[in-house]
Design a protein around this ligand. Structure first.
Ligand code: HSE
Length: 432
């Protein structure tokens, strides 16, 4: 057995504890690869707090910088999600340490700088746990699917929102009540705004499209819309039309060498694989030029699934170093011209529109006229004879393929009509 790789852990919360436990168990497959690890330093916010794992005296400290600078530490494993994370990762790379992290926000925002630093120092920066927890999607895209030109990628990348939408579809409560359950179950981030607004999924999508399409954008370049406006009645209408509503992170090859990347609620066919990913589970459907369609699904968060991803990075690192190989991040470095993101306004898709209108003659005609003016063709119309709010009724329109720019114009004009009592709720549709 070769010498152990010295690990310095920053953060001993849910995932950090899982990593220590998994390394102690040292699964047979890890041992067979002659990878061995020793957790030499651990930095936590409160060293006095009781922990689920026992550590030898002197290992625990309250100072991340001590962990980074300890000469016995060769790999810094950052698992905090704390505001200081970017600084610690940068410092570790500058100090010539390898870094393994689960921090999607840092990789998505600062990938360019960090990968350049890793290349300069000939060290590794691995981040399998940053997207979809236990699902090895990053390794699959980088290695298993390397012979493919990726055509499209559709992901359910946020467990909290999938949990909320699944439970709403089962009629188990309204949005706010189910969000509270998700928080109690530990799926939602401490501040669930990043989950429900789509920001968490957008950060993960920025990472996946960097690998799959060589884009270099940050989450701010990705169109992002959350699930806050989805109502139980939308899910009911979707079901009547043969669809389910999911929060999807989508990246697709677009014209002009650009990549379309967006996160928003989508109606997808009820029989599709992604429509049947329930509760807090994650899934990614990848369409590759050689391999065709592949769907990866499983636990996207949680102690042991995320620890599984972290340890897989550690084993890769240990193996590479044992063989004397240099950094494995060549594909992460900006060697050629970066691929840009396409503007969502140019995307064409079908749309579901729900609008609350007064129930009187001519209303439908006016709305239809606006859509016609924008060149948008109606596929079906549904009006329920139910009185929701002071004489208003929900009118549902499904369109044929239309361009986003035209749809945005039409929505603005419909919302301005006097007989519209509550403006358009627009849900994009996607055949998978
Ligand atoms: N809060 C995230 C989710 C898990 O709900 O999927 C960590 O990325």
């Amino acid at each position: 057995m070769s010498a152990s790789l010295g690990i310095g852990l920053i953060g001993l919360g849910t995932v950090g504890t899982g990593v220590v436990q998994l390394l102690r168990e040292a699964p047979a497959a890890v041992r067979r690869r002659k990878a061995s690890f020793e957790v030499r330093r651990v930095a936590v916010r409160d060293p006095a707090k009781a922990r689920d794992v026992q550590l030898a005296a002197g290992v625990l400290s309250g100072d991340a910088e001590q962990v980074i600078s300890d000469p016995a530490v060769q790999v810094v494993v950052e698992l905090t999600g704390a505001p200081g994370a970017f600084g610690w990762i940068r410092q570790a790379l500058q100090a010539g340490k390898h870094v393994v992290t689960a921090n999607k926000a840092v990789i998505a925002e600062h990938g360019d700088e960090l990968f350049d630093l890793a290349a300069e120092g000939d060290v590794d920066l691995l981040f399998e746990a940053s997207v979809a927890g236990g699902i090895p999607i990053i390794r699959s895209l980088r290695n298993g699917l390397v012979a493919n030109h990726v055509e499209s990628l559709y992901g359910i990348l946020n467990g909290t929102t999938n949990y909320i939408l699944t439970r709403m579809a089962r009629g188990e409560g309204d949005y706010a009540g189910i969000l509270a359950q998700a928080q109690a179950a530990g799926y939602a981030e401490p501040d669930p705004a990043a989950d429900v607004s789509g920001a968490d999924a957008a950060a993960k999508l920025a990472i996946l499209s960097r690998i799959a399409f060589h884009t270099r954008g940050t989450p701010a370049d990705i169109y992002c819309e959350g699930i806050e406006g989805i109502e139980a009645s939308d899910i009911e209408f979707a079901r009547e039309l043969g669809f389910a509503i999911k929060l999807l992170a989508i990246a697709r090859q677009a014209s002009g060498g650009r990549v379309e990347a967006r996160v928003h609620p989508v109606m997808i066919p009820a029989e599709s694989q992604l429509a049947n990913i329930q509760d807090e589970f994650n899934a990614i459907e990848v369409v590759g030029s050689a391999v065709g369609t592949q769907v990866f699904s499983g636990a996207g968060a949680g102690r042991m699934p995320t620890a599984s991803a972290v340890v897989s990075d550690l084993v890769e690192l240990a193996e590479r170093r044992r063989r004397g190989a240099s950094t494995s991040i060549e594909d992460m470095i900006l060697g050629e011209e970066a691929v840009g993101f396409a503007d969502i306004c140019g995307v064409e898709m079908r749309y579901f529109l729900r609008v609350l209108v007064e129930d009187r003659p001519g209303v439908l005609e006016q709305i239809a006229r606006i859509l016609a003016r924008e060149g948008i063709s109606i596929a079906s119309v549904l009006q329920k004879e139910r009185d929701l709010e002071g004489g208003a009724v929900p009118l549902v329109i499904v369109t044929h393929e239309a361009r986003e720019r035209a749809m945005q114009q039409a929505v603005g004009a419909i919302d301005a009509l006097p007989m519209v009592t509550r403006g358009v709720r627009l849900i994009r549709m996607q055949e998978l």
